[in-house]
Design a protein around this ligand. Structure first.
Ligand code: UD1
Ligand code: CA
Length: 456
């Protein structure tokens, strides 16, 4: 069977109260439209047609990386009109699936089931809901067969009591849509061309219209405002966290993990509460992430730990390394195996060698550090002279005493030793000791100041 998918995305989304076209609002770090395109791709269609109207250029631009057939619907005259705009591009022999750019949680297996039912006649996706207000209601005959859909605004009292609703998602032979859609009129309370009208037309042609029931109301929830966007976001996050649990990751609380990108985990990974994952994150075997950490585009190797309240971006953490609590690894940070970056340490473009330690209160930027280095508390690399950035390089087994200021460009050779409180501006050779601080004077018999007499 040849499948073509039409995604409707022309609506304005006034209730979002945002200049951004509705379908570009994000769920789990990706636009809603991107989510729909992803599930559409999983069905292996020969083409995906996207009907755009409001913000068409912005939507196209945002999806530039995708191969899509764009159809512009100048005026939003109804869902039937929207699908009709795409039909000239659709092969007569295809099966067509209609999706919506603002219904992002739709499941692959639901759609597979629906498409299978639509090879000879249209089939629609329905849902049982507690409050059907606003939705089109499913009309069924005495034998339970689908007769059609009546829109809320066109329904009579009896029809309004029906709580099986039209999700809008529909599949049909292209030939049926090509035949019925041009005949759909707009003589209804909204003056719109309704896509579901093709169902009654098929029934009138003695076709049997099949219905597939969605797994839940949320699966087919269309987003019209930020409340619904948030509902969908939470559902999506919960699904992701539950999948991780099924995959063997210990997630402390499935309701307190946010993945706004992709997360790949090895065996026996544990993730504490309130962790935010952005971009592409890879966690090796046995990695543990403490509470309240933000990880953006990071790779963490086997056995490493990131402790509470740490923020890592564009960084790589080596095996068995330790980060935090309260560490900030900025872009270009690479920790080798067993390295340690402790509390209130900020790093940027820094290579921290195997087993090296920067345990407390430091800034390490534009720095290459060898193995076995110990950086004392309060050490600062002065990498910026107000105009240019300069590098600091520390050899293996260097010892930097606490509260040292390393003025770059600077090189400290293997085994170099820097006395605490030094401001180091000149290269330090192998195994040399560098001390640059005011000499201590002790004054004998010195008198402490007494209390003022009160006169100014
Ligand atoms: C539609 C269905 C209704 C169903 C409901 C589910 C029709 C006539 N009614 O109603 O039975 O219960 O969805 O949410 O289909 N769109 C376009 N171009 C248009 C019109 C709409 O692209 O000309 C897009 C919109 O951006 C929106 C979607 O289609 O994403 C649904 O359109 P809307 O008019 O909001 O349909 P509903 O009134 O919700
Ligand atoms: Ca409408």
């Amino acid at each position: 069977m040849n499948l073509e998918i039409i995604i409707l995305a022309a609506g304005q989304g006034t209730r979002m109260k945002s200049p951004l076209p509705k379908v570009l609002h994000q769920i789990a770090g990706q636009s809603m439209l991107q989510h729909v395109i992803s599930v559409a791709r999983d069905l292996n269609p020969s083409a995906i047609h996207v009907v755009v109207g409001h913000g068409a250029e912005e939507v196209k631009e945002a999806m530039a990386a995708e191969t899509l057939q764009w159809v512009v619907q100048e005026q939003q005259l109804g869902t039937g009109h929207a699908v009709l705009q795409a039909m000239p591009r659709v092969d007569e022999r295809s099966t067509v699936l209609v999706l919506y750019g603002d219904v992002p949680l739709i499941r692959l297996d639901t759609l597979q089931g629906l498409v299978e039912k639509a090879t000879k006649a249209p089939a629609l996706l329905t849902a049982q809901v507690t409050d059907p207000a606003g939705y089109g209601r499913i009309l069924r005959g005495d034998d339970d067969s689908v007769l059609g859909v009546v829109e809320h605004k066109d329904a009579n009292q009896e029809q309004l009591l029906i709580n099986e609703i039209n999700t809008g998602v529909l599949a049909a032979p292209a030939a049926d849509l090509k035949r019925y859609l041009p005949a759909v009129g707009n003589a209804n309370s909204q003056g719109e061309y309704y896509l579901p009208d093709v169902l009654a037309m098929a029934v009138a042609d003695d076709k049997t219209v099949a219905a597939q029931l969605a797994t839940s109301e949320l699966e087919v929830l269309g987003v019209n405002d930020r409340l619904q966007l948030n509902q969908v976001e939470r559902e999506c996050q919960l699904r992701q966290a539950q999948q991780l649990l099924r995959d063997g990751v210990s997630v402390a609380d499935a309701a307190r993990l946010d993945i706004r990108g992709s997360l790949h985990c090895g065996v026996d990974v544990s993730i504490d509460i309130n962790v935010v994952i952005e971009g592409q994150v890879v966690l090796g075997d046995g990695v543990s992430i403490g509470p309240n950490c933000v990880l953006k585009n990071v790779t963490i190797a086997d056995g490493a730990s990131v402790h509470a309240m740490s923020h890592l971006e564009d960084a790589r953490v080596g095996a068995k390394a330790n980060v935090g609590p309260y560490a900030r690894l900025r872009p270009g940070t690479v920790l080798a195996e067993g390295a340690r970056v402790g509390n209130f340490v900020e790093t940027k473009k820094a290579n921290i060698g195997a087993g090296s330690k920067v345990n407390h209160l430091s800034y390490i930027g534009d720095c290459d550090m060898g193995a076995g280095v110990n950086v004392g508390a309060g050490t600062i690399t002065c990498n910026y002279d107000g105009v240019n950035k300069h590098k600091t390089s520390l050899g293996d087994d260097v010892f930097v005493g606490s509260n040292s200021t390393l003025v770059a460009p600077l090189a400290v050779a293997d085994g170099g030793f820097i006395g605490a409180g030094s401001t180091v501006t000149k290269a330090v050779g192998e195994k040399e000791l560098a001390v640059s601080r005011a000499k201590q004077r002790n004054i004998l018999g010195w008198q402490r100041p007494g209390k003022d007499s009160g006169e100014a």
